[in-house]
Design a protein around this ligand. Structure first.
Ligand SMILES: [Zn+2]
Length: 268
């Protein structure tokens, strides 16, 4: 049964991630959305950051969000483990609440003067492709993981809902950061429900009003509901500048510089 997914089975995560990343890299090569001259070592450094993040999470967290859902179910912790609602309803609402939680968290990461220097590492990428989707500072990943586990505990989300959400979150991040083009009619239909690459790219604009928009992860509804949805970037997708003012060179590419960047006084 799906809800009996174990931690061991979740080790298939890295394999799934590699497969999706591979598909995105092939798609980017065959149908790129923006021209990319190439920045030496950029992709490898982004992937190195993913490796460090994975090691930090494995070392620091004795339990994942899926393991937390198991524990909450066994000990009757959290809303849906004490409130008798039907399983499909608990499943559906859990996925929606988790996505809303990540949306709120993303807005907090932009507004908190303590957390923004960490999230800024993600935004300082000078180009957007699938590897940007795994480019996060380890300290941001720690905060993100603690908050996500907190949401799972609070709502007592079903294990399968958390497992599905985690899978979709990884797949979505690789997809909407990818430098891929798709037929306009398909993109228009897709963005009525989901975050597409054309929607999320606007969030990586160097122009602040565009950067302070499109915070969503899976569903586009939260941005529409809370007034943070931008349909198109000010300079157009070809003309818009990606990155942050004053952030360029090795300090936005090299792995050591990326780890140091939040604490670099020049960044202020
Ligand atoms: Zn952001």
């Amino acid at each position: 049964m799906l809800y009996l997914l174990t931690e061991h089975q979740f080790l298939s995560g890295p394999i799934i991630l590699t497969l999706i990343l591979g598909v995105m890299l092939v798609w980017e090569r065959s149908a790129p959305r923006r021209k990319y001259a190439g920045i030496q070592g950029r992709r490898l450094n982004n992937l190195a950051l993913l490796g460090i993040d994975a090691a930090v999470v494995i070392l620091l967290f004795p339990i994942t969000s899926i393991g937390t859902a198991f524990l909450a179910a066994r000990l009757d912790w959290g809303l849906f483990n004490v409130w008798p609602v039907s399983y499909p309803l608990a499943f559906l609402i859990s996925v929606l609440i988790l996505d809303l939680g990540i949306y709120c968290q993303h807005r907090l990461f932009h507004t908190s003067k303590w957390i923004w220097p960490l999230h800024r590492v993600h935004h300082s990428d000078l180009h957007l492709d699938a590897t940007t989707g795994v480019r996060f500072h380890p300290l941001e990943v720690i905060i993100y993981t603690v908050l996500k586990i907190g949401i799972v505990l609070a709502i007592g989300a079903p294990v399968a809902a958390v497992a599905l959400f985690e899978f979709l979150l990884i797949a979505a991040s690789l997809f909407y950061h990818a430098n891929v083009s798709m037929p306009t009619p398909i993109e228009r239909v897709l963005r009525t429900v989901f975050i597409t690459p054309d929607v999320h790219r606007i969030h990586h604009s160097a122009w602040h009003p565009d950067m302070y928009s499109n915070f969503g992860n899976l569903f586009i509804w939260w941005d529409r509901l809370f007034g943070t949805y931008h349909a198109a970037p000010a300079g157009g997708h070809e003309g818009m500048r990606i990155g942050l003012d004053g952030f360029e060179g090795a300090r936005v590419t090299h792995i050591v510089q990326l780890l140091k960047q939040p604490f670099d006084v020049k960044s202020e």
